[in-house]
Design a protein around this ligand. Structure first.
Ligand SMILES: Nc1nc2c(c(=O)[nH]1)N[C@H]1C(S)=C(S)[C@@H](COP(=O)(O)O)O[C@H]1N2
Ligand SMILES: [Mo]
Length: 525
């Protein structure tokens, strides 16, 4: 029997082996870009290797490149790099056919080099190693699969005058199908992921470079605003811990340079503001606790922040609100809408704002960069539109917001509430003196007192932190002589209007949960 890989037929298979190498290379890079986009935006192996090459190229060669290609030098570099990848992958494919597993070894070696280039240059992304590692594994696996098909096709086809077996046609078809689909998918996914990563990375840079204006007034934090009890939530929620709720599949990307806010509808004059126009109005600092209607009793969809912003009523006044309107329909760049009662945003005594900063930083992208609404006392879905681009003055009779036909009330003031942060059910505590502590909120009204009942005993008054204002939550605390066993700790708040939280539970739909938080705590002896 003739030796495989010899003669005309053998050359043909070498060409297909080179092709399978290129397909594996494409899958390597495509998968790497996808992983980078998902977990480590700055860890693109191709760009990392490119930067590495730029770093090691001698200065005279660099100057030659700039002199010869001008501003296209980076394109030329990436083009050359791409060509090198194609040639190396083709070689890897050929090797895998004639000297397995050398081809796979080439892919893994490339993976190791790309990983070295990526982790040494991704500036702190702890998952920077993931894209090249996962990419190399995907490329190697595809190479193994394709090589097996190609070999089966070759061996079935035989050489010279031998006739093909019926099986070889199937192997050939599968070879091209797998190679074709995986290359096309890898290129599509890779290019899509790269474009997405690049856009977000640069928007992140724009956000980082943004200079926040100095506010005309800042929030005064009174003495005793924060209790020193372990396990209680901080008075201000760090941005990275702040809950996030929205319908956006990917975080909308809005450049403050091109962002505008349109105020239209039942107004005397349509107004369009740029980001700079908004800053020029002057910003103030506000402390406001945001709450989601989906927050279950005892849940974490509530957070407190210091916001920099401009009162919405000032912006509406520029347009001139007409009689008969009772609602502002705010629209986000992603099409999301919220219906806010007009009176809530025109009330002189309510700090309804267009916010541009959160806890001393420009809004994080996922919290609405560059501009969002924050309205004290209303659940987020009817007031806190992120990436806001339009305020339409209208009526509840004429317009409807995103959540209204989906089972939630058109108007939704926040129900005042309280929760136990520590101790936690599921985390036993030791008998003795145990601090019980948590949070309570009654935005726009204020918390008057918080009471705790152990095992349905008498209500005992808790110590409160000093409120920053009536729009922020407060911490509360009570010392407990805990005895071994299991105990219910119930908490209820009384607001400054004299209302007491009732025991009866309400579900989150249509207008927010209600009831006492009453965790069961285990105390060990
Ligand atoms: N554009 C947009 N804005 C939105 C939402 C949304 O889905 N899209 N969700 C709202 C809801 S339900 C809440 S509770 C708050 C949450 O804001 P956060 O994610 O900054 O905590 O944003 C509001 N703003
Ligand atoms: Mo929400």
């Amino acid at each position: 029997m003739a030796r495989h890989g010899s003669g005309i037929e053998g050359k043909r298979f070498i060409a297909w082996a080179a092709l399978m190498g290129v397909a594996s290379g494409a899958v390597f890079l495509g998968v790497a870009e996808l992983i980078a986009c998902l977990f480590a935006r700055t860890a693109s192996p191709i760009l990392a290797v490119g930067s590495f090459v730029i770093d090691i190229v001698p200065q005279p060669l660099k100057e030659f490149a700039i002199a010869t290609f001008g501003e296209d030098d980076k394109v030329v570099l990436l083009g050359s790099l791409g060509l090198a990848v194609v040639i190396a992958s083709a070689l890897g494919g050929g090797l895998q056919l004639i000297r397995p597993p050398l081809g796979v070894a080439v892919v893994l070696l490339a993976g190791a080099l790309a990983t070295a280039a990526t982790v040494t240059r991704t500036g702190g992304s702890p998952l920077g190693f993931l894209p090249p590692v996962v990419g190399a594994i995907a490329g190697a696996v595809l190479l193994l699969i394709l090589a097996r098909r190609l070999r089966a096709w070759r061996d079935g086809a035989g050489t010279g005058s031998q006739r093909s077996t019926p099986g070889s046609a199937v192997d050939r078809r599968q070879f091209f199908l797998i190679a074709g689909i995986s290359s096309v998918a890898a290129i599509a996914v890779g290019v899509g992921a790269r474009v997405t990563s690049a856009a977000t990375a640069s928007l992140e840079a724009i956000r980082d470079a943004l200079q926040l204006p100095t506010p005309n007034s800042t929030v005064t934090i009174p003495d005793g605003a924060e209790l020193d009890v372990e396990g209680v939530s901080p008075l201000f929620t760090p941005n990275e811990d702040f809950y996030r709720v929205d319908t956006a599949l990917t975080v909308p990307e809005v450049d403050p340079e091109t962002w505008t806010l349109v105020i239209d509808g039942m107004v005397d004059e349509r107004v369009e503001l740029t980001f700079q126009d908004l800053l020029d109005m002057g910003v103030d600092e506000y402390a406001i606790t945001l709450t989601c209607v989906s927050n279950e009793v005892g849940g974490g969809l509530v957070g407190n922040a210091k916001w920099l912003g401009v009162p919405i009523r000032d912006v509406l006044a520029m347009a001139g609100v007409q009689d008969g309107a009772d609602m502002v329909l705010s629209t986000s760049v992603d099409g999301y809408t919220a219906s806010t009662p007009l009176e809530a945003v025109t009330d002189e005594n309510r700090d309804a704002i267009l916010a541009i900063a959160m806890n001393g930083e420009p809004l994080p992208l996922e919290h609405g960069f560059p501009v969002r609404m924050v309205v004290p006392g209303l659940y987020g879905y009817v007031s806190a539109t992120k990436w806001v681009t339009e305020l339409t003055v209208t009526t509840f009779a004429d317009d409807e917001a995103y959540w209204t036909p989906r089972g939630y009330s058109a108007e939704a003031p926040i129900k005042f509430s309280s929760r136990v942060d520590t101790p936690k059910s599921g985390t036993p505590v030791t008998a003795g003196t145990v601090p019980i502590a948590g949070m309570a909120w009654a935005q726009t009204v204020g918390i008057d007192r918080v009471e705790v009942s152990i095992d349905d005993g008498d209500w005992q008054q808790a110590t409160l932190s000093t409120a920053v204002n009536d729009d922020t939550w407060v911490q509360w605390f009570l010392e407990w002589q805990a005895e071994p066993g299991t105990h219910y700790i119930a908490v209820r708040a009384v607001n400054k209007a004299g209302e007491t939280q009732i025991e009866e539970r309400a579900p989150i739909a249509p207008d927010g949960s209600a009831g006492w938080h009453r965790p069961l705590i285990t105390v060990t002896g």
